[in-house]
Design a protein around this ligand. Structure first.
Ligand SMILES: C[S@@+](CC[C@H](N)C(=O)[O-])C[C@H]1O[C@@H](n2cnc3c(N)ncnc32)[C@H](O)[C@@H]1O
Length: 195
């Protein structure tokens, strides 16, 4: 199935089934192909901070390894999460419905001493919140894992843009990849440590 989704037209058809993620399709397709190439055997555990309508869960489920789980963290501020939990909750998809900072011990319990290969930060985009999410969750990520920051290039999310620039300048990671869409770019920054 993943092989088919590596064709843009197939990916587009897949994405435009409801719920549509709040993403730029070119950006999302590039992210999908990049993660597929980085993790050819699947991603072992994904943490997404900020679930919204759950539009990314279908994408994450295509990328997860057989034993990997998805952990969605959301404070339900927009009252959308109960429906998402009802629709997707399973052995594969777990949800921690609380503020992302308070959720850290719960996420740790779900991981059960395992690490996550992908941390996707897309909750509150104010600098303080995004930075706190980065700091509180980065140690959950495996050595060969990836940290993704959404909205690195969106004018209404200057906090995420600032954090992205700061992280580049920190020099803490080997590779900094910023994925941009075609029009109305949001920007997805990837922090990668692998050889
Ligand atoms: C931009 S949306 C996420 C979009 C989703 N990742 C997607 O691609 O479809 C942001 C989400 O973050 C959640 N959120 C905002 N602040 C939060 C916080 N402090 N803790 C947990 N979730 C938060 C909101 O409830 C909202 O659902």
């Amino acid at each position: 199935m993943n092989q088919e989704l590596l064709k843009f037209n197939e990916f587009e058809k897949f994405i435009y089934a409801e719920p549509v993620p709040s993403q730029n399709i070119v950006e999302l397709y590039t992210l999908f192909c990049t993660l597929h190439n980085l993790f050819p055997n699947g991603i072992n555990n994904i943490i997404e901070i900020g679930v919204y309508k759950g539009g990314m869960i279908r994408v994450w489920n295509k990328l997860l390894s057989d034993s990997g789980v998805y952990i969605g963290v959301d404070d339900n501020a927009w009252k959308l999460i109960p429906e998402v939990v009802r629709k997707y909750s399973s052995d594969k998809n777990k949800f921690v419905v609380m503020d992302s900072q308070k959720a850290v011990p719960e996420v740790s319990k779900v991981l059960n001493n395992q690490k996550a290969d992908l941390l996707y930060i897309d909750g509150n985009h104010e600098w303080e919140y995004a930075n706190n999410d980065y700091k509180a969750y980065k140690d959950f990520v495996s050595k060969s894992g990836v940290i993704a920051l959404h909205d690195t290039h969106y004018v209404n999310c200057l906090g995420s843009a600032r954090l992205w620039v700061e992280l580049i300048h920190s020099g803490e990671y080997k590779y900094y990849v910023n994925i941009l869409g075609d029009k109305r770019q949001w920007g997805t920054g990837l922090l990668i440590n692998r050889e």
